[in-house]
Design a binder for this molecule. Structure first.
Ligand SMILES: [Zn+2]
Ligand SMILES: [Zn+2]
Length: 782
């Protein structure tokens, strides 16, 4: 069979050329495969604000300022100027300009003059990527590399490579580093005069130094501007303006703002050259100025550092990040990042606990909690002022930051539950150390960071829903605006509990107002909570309105405590100043009651649902179906003898000769507190002494010493231990025994003292109903 051929038969010479060309192309691709062109440049990352301004630039590893120019930063003007000046046929040649090479060859062979015009932009890129001595052989390699570049990259990408590689004198490379360091702008913000000035420097980078040779540069610049005019490269009017433009540029320091934040972003996004952060440059700047001025005043009191975090509540974006008030202050450890430093939170975790207790139904804002001495599993907290206030409402306890009610609430909630909730909101250190955490957690016995606390409060501004912080802008696309999508949040509190909490935190009648502010002026409309850590090392104030949450920490990175330091006096004025600076007179429309909340009358004595006998009633918020519906029991019925001297129980109630009375129903801990503080209250008459019933009630609880604890004493004779206890409401007298020997009788609530003489002391306390308790303590004599 005959094979049929399609197409015309080629003449032998045509075939030779075709085969030659095909082989050349194959050879090109084989070499291209074996030795690909390397366009990997070492760039240094830049950290940008949300609007694209460069906040912080780093030097590349080879000590060059080389910052990647994005394609969209190369404006048509910049392109036109470079192409006109360097390579007018750039868009039409395949990387090499045969005519120019031919002309240069002829000129060189006949030694007419040395021409360097033969280099296209592509060949210049090839040369700058791998600089080699100028020989004919190396020229051939450059030509080959140029062809490779043209095969693998678009014209715009080649121009981008060129602009990233051109030298601008000393250690500045590429147009972006040059425009940032000389003009403090990104390339897309340059004027035509600036573009032209920059485009002539690479020809003589060492003799045309901006800032030093400006007059000369203007002369050269204008020469090119005239050429642009002659060739109609740009509109006449723009060129006339450019010719008039002075050149005052000099070499600036590289942008070095938000240092701690930048470091965090650089290590958080390794390999990313441009990190478009969520920071708002204007607000950041305003806040930095406010913080710097504020800390300057505090230095008189030996308070040297502050850190601030501002969150946009809608987007959960960090819009301001101040790691320290003065990065340059080496003496006071200004380089520490206070936003990430682990510090004691003082009382700043209490709001979450109150919110959770509302949600559990334990309490409502008007629930009475006894602020009296307690001992919970060996833990006996005190208030910051060592005072006890007796019965207080939950809202009073929170706004006065009382410790005992908070510890009681945590005991109710459970330390583990509370820690789980905190770990939902990203409290890492507390979670890691959960096994060591106890009730003291709520008073600051743990470590937290400003970037953990502030987003927790931002959850309070978002109806109780927590969202993780956003530090960088999402990648922009044409269909979606550049806004961080609200990822699904984690519910910390119900809207109703969150609302009750926010109302308490925005209340202005509170003790933690700074002295300089009065209610009439200066206080922004916000909800906030202060905190002061043990030893007065940390002052916190964290506040929120609908729009922003601001976290403020003030203290010393050296961990030195200062007696004047407190959340109210030291951190809150700065919080107020910041809110007034960035969001003055913000609308407060966010305090609308949510659907899951309602209000009801409660007994003012207990905060419980009123009973028939509850005379004084107040309005209170509650969560229907969740808040406790327990009826008030502030009074209870008792059978009292006709003369009022005794009371009876069912076993000893006589058939007649008694009366029924409503008497105050006071808890034993509160009764002990009243007795100890000489506060008079209506007591229940003693029980019928002739009663034969054995009493089932609570035995006394020793509050002054803790079972199993080791006490160190320095002097056998001098140091005395206090004995005190809480007892049932019906108890008058208690009897103390030391090591099973009778020691003393005392009134319930009375404090007495003893000296320990043995290393182990057994202490027993028996009440007048025969109920008994024992503890053992160890004593070390040192
Ligand atoms: Zn009542
Ligand atoms: Zn009785």
């Amino acid at each position: 069979m005959k094979k049929e051929r399609t197409g015309k038969k080629l003449k032998p010479w045509q075939r030779k050329i075709a085969i030659g060309m095909a082989s050349a192309i194959m050879l090109f691709f084989i070499i291209d495969k074996i030795s690909p062109v390397n366009t990997n440049l070492v760039f240094a990352p830049v950290i940008e604000a949300r609007d694209g301004t460069v906040l912080h630039a780093y030097m590349a590893k080879d000590a060059q300022w080389r910052i990647k120019t994005r394609l969209d930063e190369i404006t048509p003007e910049l392109k036109k100027a470079i192409v006109f000046k360097e390579d007018r046929h750039f868009y039409y040649h395949p990387g090499i300009n045969i005519l120019a090479i031919g002309r240069a060859l002829v000129n060189n062979i006949f030694r007419l003059k040395r021409t360097s015009g033969a280099s296209t932009i592509t060949m210049q890129v090839a040369r700058m990527l791998a600089p080699k001595p100028r020989t004919y052989f190396n020229k051939c390699i450059e030509i080959f590399r140029a062809l490779q570049l043209e095969v693998h990259y678009s014209k715009d990408e080649i121009l981008q490579l060129y602009l990233n590689l051109v030298p601008y004198g000393s250690n500045i490379q590429g147009v972006k580093a040059a425009s940032l360091l000389y003009f403090n702008k990104t390339p897309d913000q340059l004027s035509l005069a600036e573009i032209t000035a920059l485009s002539i420097i690479p020809n003589r980078p060492n003799s045309l130094l901006i800032g030093k040779d400006n007059a000369l540069i203007i002369k050269e610049r204008n020469k090119w501007l005239y050429r642009f005019r002659q060739n109609n490269v740009f509109p006449q009017s723009i060129i006339s303006d450019a010719l008039q433009e002075p050149l005052t540029a000099f070499r600036h320091n590289a942008p070095n703002g938000v240092p701690q934040f930048s470091q965090r972003m650089k290590s958080g996004f390794p390999g990313r050259l441009e990190i478009r952060s969520t920071l708002d440059k204007k607000i950041q700047q305003q806040a930095e100025n406010t913080v710097a001025a504020y800390v300057n005043q505090l230095k008189l009191h030996n308070i040297n550092n502050a850190a601030v975090l501002i969150i946009d509540n809608k987007t959960h974006e960090v819009i301001t990040y101040i790691g320290s008030s003065d990065f340059a202050d080496r003496f006071n450890f200004g380089q520490v990042d206070g936003v990430r430093a682990l510090r004691s939170p003082g009382s700043t975790l209490k709001p979450l606990l109150y919110g959770l207790s509302f949600d559990r139904g334990f309490i409502t804002p008007k629930t009475m909690i006894a602020d009296v001495p307690i001992s919970l599993r060996g833990y006996s907290p005190e208030n910051y002022d060592r005072q006890f206030r007796g019965n207080v409402t939950a809202e009073y306890a929170l706004s006065n930051s009382l410790n005992i009610p908070a510890v009681k609430l945590l005991d109710n909630e459970g330390v583990d539950n509370f820690i789980n909730k905190l770990s939902d909101a990203g409290f890492i250190s507390i979670w890691q150390k959960r096994k060591k955490m106890g009730l003291s957690l709520i008073l600051g016995g743990c470590g937290v960071r400003l970037d953990e606390l502030t987003p927790l409060y931002s959850a309070f501004a978002n109806n109780g829903v927590y969202y993780p912080l956003q530090f960088v802008m999402p990648e922009t696309s044409k269909n979606k605006p550049a806004v961080n999508d609200s990822k699904k949040g984690i519910t910390m509190l119900s809207p109703g509990a969150n609302y009750m909490l926010t109302r308490i935190l925005s209340e202005l009648h509170r003790p933690d107002l700074p002295n300089a502010f009065d209610e009439a002026r200066g206080i922004p409309r916000i909800a906030w909570k202060t905190g002061t850590s043990y030893g007065r090392k940390d002052a916190w104030s964290i506040g929120y309105n609908k729009r922003y949450t601001i976290g403020v920490w003030v203290g010393n990175f050296s961990a030195a405590g200062v007696s004047e330091l407190s959340g109210a006096a030291t951190a809150t004025p700065l919080l107020f100043q910041l809110f007034n600076a960035i969001d003055y007179n913000a609308a407060n429309e966010w305090l609308d009651a949510p659907a899951d909340i309602s209000f009801r009358l409660v007994c003012a004595e207990t905060g419980k649902v009123p009973n028939d006998f509850c005379q004084s009633q107040v309005m209170d918020y509650y969560l229907p179906g969740i808040s406790s519906n327990e009826k008030c029991d502030h009074l209870k019925e008792a059978w009292v003898s006709a003369d009022g001297k005794f009371c009876y129980c069912t076993s000893c109630l006589p058939p007649n000769g008694y009366k029924t009375e409503l008497l105050p129903n006071i808890s034993s801990e509160l009764a002990s507190f009243y007795d100890a503080s000489n506060i008079s209250y209506q007591k229940m008459p003693p029980h019928n002494p002739a009663c034969s019933r054995t009493f089932q009630g609570q035995p006394p609880v020793i509050t002054s010493l803790t079972n199993g604890m080791t006490y160190l004493i320095t002097d056998k004779g001098e140091q005395k231990f206090q004995l005190s206890c809480t007892t049932g409401n019906d108890v008058r007298k208690v009897y103390w025994y030391i090591n099973d020997k009778y020691f003393a009788a005392a009134n319930a609530g009375q404090k007495i003292f003893f000296s320990a003489t043995t290393p182990i002391v057994k202490i027993s306390c028996t009440d007048d109903k025969g109920r008994n308790c024992n503890i053992r303590i160890k004593v070390k004599f040192i």
